[in-house]
Design a protein around this ligand. Structure first.
Ligand SMILES: Cc1ncc(COP(=O)(O)O)c(C=O)c1O
Length: 359
């Protein structure tokens, strides 16, 4: 048969949707299953978001503002950066993809730690670029000297995920300063801070305030996690104006939807509530970490809204055992299991399941 699609895509894993809670509850004959697999925050939409979305729907027969002007200005104001440095997109994952498309041609290299966010290999490959994966340290964190050493004259982008998904580990300011000084000025460093709002360690820098002015740095943030808008798909990046302008050229037109814009504008007014929710998640993260350590698993300290159980070959069996007890977690067989922090009750259900699964 004549081949219509790119042969190199055959090597990419197809998306396998996670188990649905309704489906699992039906199978187990229980009222409700619990999903701790996608790093969402469990408290529902922020106050005012549903109303803002409903009001915006009256204009849903029109295209959204392609310039995303009101939201861009609000983000620029909130994060104290010039508006021409801000680009919004259909989730920060789309913006990461756009950054690679705006920088890399087939054969160019994108360097990142592994294991890290599962989307990185996919968005690199779809741009036709080549992934260079640098193994994490024994403590499950980025090996920044090795990442710097992996840069060649084909490297266009280096991604640093801080805190790292799925291990929750983070890199500190001194380490990152040294690393950024080592990276050639014609390589773009993407600092992916999807989980920034959950960081409590003062050694871990806020990239927007610490590195935002470096010419070869782009910072990714999302409204999916702490801001509770995962289902509406909205994230943003801050980069130098030339990089931001190049990204705007490759963004799918109108991809920040009308409802996403309205929801984000409303969410950004809820900063106190976001802080309150993050504090709840952080307290639970620390409780769950301690409890799982007591079960004999060497959980690295997490600065995100999830914890990592480095169970290597036992990962899939552990996740299956949790599922049998109504709790869906995310296994990466051979490496470990990532468990999102939920409500205290959900976390208790996970800890009971984990106790049995690890017995
Ligand atoms: C490290 C990291 N970056 C980016 C994203 C993407 O977030 P979104 O596309 O929902 O903004 C995620 C989501 O899980 C993530 O873990």
């Amino acid at each position: 048969m004549t081949r219509l699609t790119r042969a190199d895509l055959d090597a990419l894993p197809s998306y396998v949707p996670g188990r649905s809670v309704a489906d699992l509850a039906r199978e187990l004959g229980i009222a409700e299953a619990i999903k701790l697999a996608s790093n969402e925050v469990p408290f529902g939409p922020l106050p005012g978001v549903v109303e803002a979305v409903a009001a915006s729907m009256l204009g849903s027969h029109r295209y959204p503002d392609m310039g995303v002007v009101e939201l861009r200005d609000k983000l620029a104001d909130r994060y104290a950066v010039a508006a021409d440095r801000v680009v919004t997109g259909c989730g920060s994952v789309a913006l990461a993809e756009h950054l690679i498309r705006a920088t890399s041609l087939p054969g160019d290299e994108v360097v990142y730690a592994w294991r890290s966010f599962e989307a990185y290999p996919i968005i690199t490959a779809t741009a036709g670029a080549t992934s260079v994966r640098v193994p994490n340290t024994a403590a499950h964190g980025h090996d920044l000297p090795a990442i710097a050493a992996a840069i060649t004259d084909r490297t266009r982008v280096v991604i640093v995920c801080n805190p790292n998904n799925p291990t929750g580990t983070s890199v500190g300011r001194a380490e990152l300063d040294r690393f950024l000084d080592d990276v050639p000025s014609d390589v773009l460093v993407v600092l992916d801070e999807a989980y920034r709002e959950f960081v409590t360690d003062e050694q871990v820098p806020d990239a927007l305030t610490t590195y935002g002015d470096r010419p070869n740095v782009a910072v990714l943030r999302t409204l999916s996690k702490a801001w509770g808008l995962a289902g509406l798909r909205i994230g943003f990046l801050v980069a130098q104006p030339e990089v931001a302008a190049a990204v705007r050229k490759v963004v799918t037109p109108f991809s920040t939807s009308l409802v996403a814009q309205a929801a984000a504008i409303a969410a950004l007014d809820q900063e106190d509530e976001v802080r309150r929710r993050c504090a709840l998640v952080i307290a639970e993260r620390d409780r769950v970490t301690e409890a799982v350590r007591k079960l004999g698993v060497d959980v690295p300290t997490s600065q995100a809204n999830f914890v990592w159980l480095p169970l290597t070959d036992r990962a899939a069996a552990f996740a299956a055992a949790c599922e049998q007890r109504g709790v869906i977690v995310r296994a990466f067989q051979g490496d470990g299991v990532r468990v999102t922090i939920g409500t205290p009750e959900e976390n208790d259900a996970f800890l009971s399941a984990a106790e049995v699964a690890l017995a």
